[in-house]
Design a protein around this ligand. Structure first.
Ligand SMILES: [Zn+2]
Length: 466
């Protein structure tokens, strides 16, 4: 598999540290609110990366953190008159609900800042001992200039960065480029932990360095996140980790592109801010997932009703194929596949290979989805009134093999043909066989009222939903 590595700005062959294994760290959400469609993109994209690497036989260890100590959480707690941990535990629960709706699997570890305070403090101590960090009145800062490669991920010159950097009010750092590893508590009611520098809490960047080290080791295969995290977050993670551990932090850096809403930047003030929880009222989680995977992960993607409707219709074609096969697995002909069917099944491998080729090319889910649609077309063409159960089962196996990697067709479709409809279709077939055309026509009318049209073709009955 080739992966576009932000660090080298090149597509590179994925060569893991340990053969057959892959360690992945993804920067997770700050848990002070429901996550929005922009946050959802890395969750879905890198969940698909994980599923694909597993499909290719890798044993993947996948870590995604929760930032549960942060100003935003503290502010939200003040607004609501509750304690900060109540805010974070509430939104961690909500995260899992929405992630499940998107078919995003739980990570192997979801570390939280609040439960990794010892590791974080140890990490900061090491940086001070190594002379790359210093303490000032209970704050601890990292000296960016002590890391000669500072700026290597975002390809920025340290002097250019210097001229753009500012020291914020309340910060007592030596150099505007330095960043906080530990922040002294400002007031008694603020959440804080005991440390060698007094009561305080960690800066944002240090958590990922400390938690990645603890759960995945000093050097990992892939570190991933949204494009907006490249600088300063990931740049600072690299500086901290490489100074502390003396080895490269991550071999591959993957970043997903932005999401715009109706071609505008998403922002609360513009009123075009959509949480996944809100979108789920209109569209199923699988439609949202399909939409997020329909473009290449590095390209920007635009969220609009028109595109979501297109996603719904496209996913519907896949769902119809699956439902048709489910029906034929039960109601198809008994006995062995015909020669034509066996040939068709053999032909399916072409689409599997197309799919793998696309996904191997820097996780090109857009082309991967196209390969699945080619398979769907091939299946639809092969299916007729003589279709055997065996053929239906083989076709289903291939369809689900690919759909599972994309995390699609896992849920019952919202407008799936329900049992009642399928029973009516069957009854109509029976009636026609028994030449009871009055009953057959009656059933056709009942189905028509449900928005379902039956078309008798030489290949058998086609079920068309409105
Ligand atoms: Zn991070």
């Amino acid at each position: 598999m080739k992966i576009y590595n932000t660090l080298t700005r090149k597509k590179e062959e994925f060569v893991p540290i340990r053969e057959g294994e892959a360690s992945i760290y993804v920067c997770g959400p700050t848990v002070y609110n429901f996550f929005h469609i922009g946050n959802a993109r890395p969750f879905v994209v890198f969940d698909t990366l994980r599923k694909y690497l597993e499909y290719r036989g890798y044993k993947v260890k996948f870590v995604q953190n929760f930032t549960d100590v942060d100003d935003k959480i503290i502010n939200r707690a003040r607004e609501e008159g509750i304690k900060a941990p109540e805010v974070s535990s509430k939104y961690i629960k909500e995260y899992f609900l929405d992630a499940a709706a998107l078919n995003v699997r739980k990570a192997d570890v979801h570390p939280q800042v609040s439960t990794h305070m010892n590791e974080i403090i140890e990490f900061v101590k090491t940086l001070i001992d190594k002379g790359v960090a210093y303490e000032r009145d209970g704050d601890v800062y990292f000296s960016a200039r002590k890391f000669p490669e500072y700026g290597k991920l975002s390809r920025q010159n340290i002097d250019d960065l210097e001229s753009g950097a500012r020291i914020a009010i309340g910060e007592i750092k030596e150099d505007p480029l330095d960043f906080a590893l530990w922040k002294a508590r400002k007031s008694e009611d603020e959440i804080g932990w005991e440390s060698p520098w007094g009561i305080g809490r960690p800066g944002w960047h240090i958590e990922c360095s400390a938690m990645s080290k603890k759960h995945l080791g000093d050097t990992i295969d892939i570190h991933a996140g949204g494009q907006d995290l490249q600088f300063p977050h990931h740049e600072n993670e690299i500086a901290q980790s490489e100074c502390c551990n003396g080895v490269p932090f991550a071999h591959y850096w993957m970043h997903n592109g932005y999401i715009t809403i109706d071609n505008e930047k998403m922002s609360k003030s513009k009123g075009n801010f959509f949480t996944v929880r809100d979108i789920l009222k209109e569209y199923s989680g699988e439609v949202i997932r399909f939409f997020l995977l329909s473009g290449h992960y590095r390209n920007p993607i635009n969220f609009s009703d028109t595109l979501m409707e297109q996603a719904r219709a496209s996913l519907g074609r896949m769902e119809n194929c699956k439902e048709q096969l489910e029906f034929l697995e039960k109601e198809g002909k008994d006995g062995a596949m015909t020669a034509a069917e066996a040939e068709a099944v053999e032909g399916f491998d072409r689409y599997r290979q197309e799919f793998i080729k696309a996904m191997d090319d820097d996780l090109n889910t857009a082309d991967g989805i196209s390969a699945v649609f080619q398979l769907v077309t091939a299946i639809n063409t092969a299916v007729n009134s003589e279709t055997t159960k065996e053929f239906a089962a083989k076709a289903m196996e291939t369809l689900m093999e690919l759909a599972d990697v994309l995390g699609l067709l896992q849920q019952k479709s919202e407008d799936a043909l329900d049992e009642e409809v399928m029973k009516l279709v069957e009854e109509r077939q029976e009636a026609r066989k028994a030449k009871n055309f009055a009953r057959a026509d009656e059933i056709r009318d009942i189905l028509k009222d449900k928005g379902i049209t039956l078309k008798d073709t030489p290949q058998g009955v086609q079920i068309i939903k409105e």
